[in-house]
Design a protein around this ligand. Sequence first.
Ligand SMILES: Cc1ncc(COP(=O)(O)O)c(C=O)c1O
Length: 467
Amino acid sequence: MSDGTGVSARDAAPDIASDEPITGKFPLPAPPIDWSLLPSPCYVIDEGLLIRNLKLLRDVADAAECKILLAQKAFSMYSFYPLISEYLDGAASSSLFEARLAREEMRKEVHIYAPAYRDDEFDEIRRICDHVVFNSAAQWRRFASRIRGEKSAGENKKININKRSRGLVPLRGTGRSPSGENSAGKTAEARPPSCGIRVNPEYSEIETEIYNPCAPRSRLGTTAAEFEADMKEITRISAGENDFDSPAGLEGLHFHTMCEQGTDTLERTLAVFEKKFGKYLRSVKWVNFGGGHHITRADYDITLLVRLIRRFREKYGVDVYLEPGEAIALNAGFLAATVLDITRNGMDIALLDASAACHMPDVLEMPYTPHILGSAAPGAIQSGNHPHIYRLGSSTCLSGDVIGDYAFRRRLVPGDRLVFCDMAIYTMVKNNTFNGVNLPSIVIHTRKGECRVIKTFGYEDFKSRLS
Ligand SMILES: Cc1ncc(COP(=O)(O)O)c(C=O)c1O
């Protein structure tokens, strides 16, 4: 903030520990940034805080002897991909475009999972991905021959599913290098990706329904009952024998059932997963435990995570992958916004140049209230430190475009800068220009303490997505 009377990052830093908890409260010393010098609104990603997370994740991967991928859906800031690739083993993608981004900018392992693949995109997916995870046996059968590079998208449509299945052979030993020697997809042409199926263990401790992949009638992953029936059929067709425990042609299983959770949840999840899918685990080469592991959160039990992974690897002789998104850039980014106006309707309301709907949609979807440096939850009024309560909203027409209620130490005035915490993840990847609201600039706060504005947006970016 420009006038230094209470909500700038510098002034707020010593006060943070005494704030009443708000979800997303910033647990670290705030970086020494003069927010008033930055464009508004802007996302600021702190390189030092990002590296802090990456180092921890590398230590976990080394101790557990597992591989950790960046789930790009949470954080696709590719200017950091060279840095991220120094610590992580690759990237998990949800689409062809994310896979391309990882292949072009990171050059390590590229994995993909999508609930369903498009015919017209699959050949490129096959060419650039090291792991392809299918949502169902039907999807796998549909694309199995394309995985082997046998025919084009057009030809594929004409062929009957059972005939295609008959030709399946185990796709073992792809021999890919995790160091990205197949970058640019050249070697990938010769070697088919390693294939897996996402299963649904029907066990999740996620309480928010829209984030729960195991909610009743979920489309995400194959249940144990469906999987068993599919494997019987596939094994009968491909191997001509009744070896139901051998999912011929598959090299891996994938599950994703967690969200912002700890190792206690993973331990209970693994128990269910092993009970339901244990009989297949000695026949596969890798198991991907998905994302949702909040590894870089202060209270996360890393020792237990390492123990769980090592036990699993040794018991089944498989490679273990984790693909967290949040944990990579947790608490490593901020969104700086400016107060445009103050109005009153039953309480003080501050209108900002940042929007929940456009710039931090999880605030509405999850929903949650992000922490603001130097602010407190309205309950803190009792302490007397933060007597001024405001509802913060945006300048869009959506009446629900409200970020939350906050208490400040002094009155807000137009021109004040407010700094929202934990804004690196699920923000830039999800933002939009609803109402023609501009996108926030993107700034890196480097290890050397400099702020570098690496991207700004304008009318042309808005217009180019319309016609
Ligand atoms: C399949 C899959 N993998 C990984 C992730 C990343 O999860 P998180 O960012 O919570 O770690 C998600 C998130 O939705 C996911 O759906």
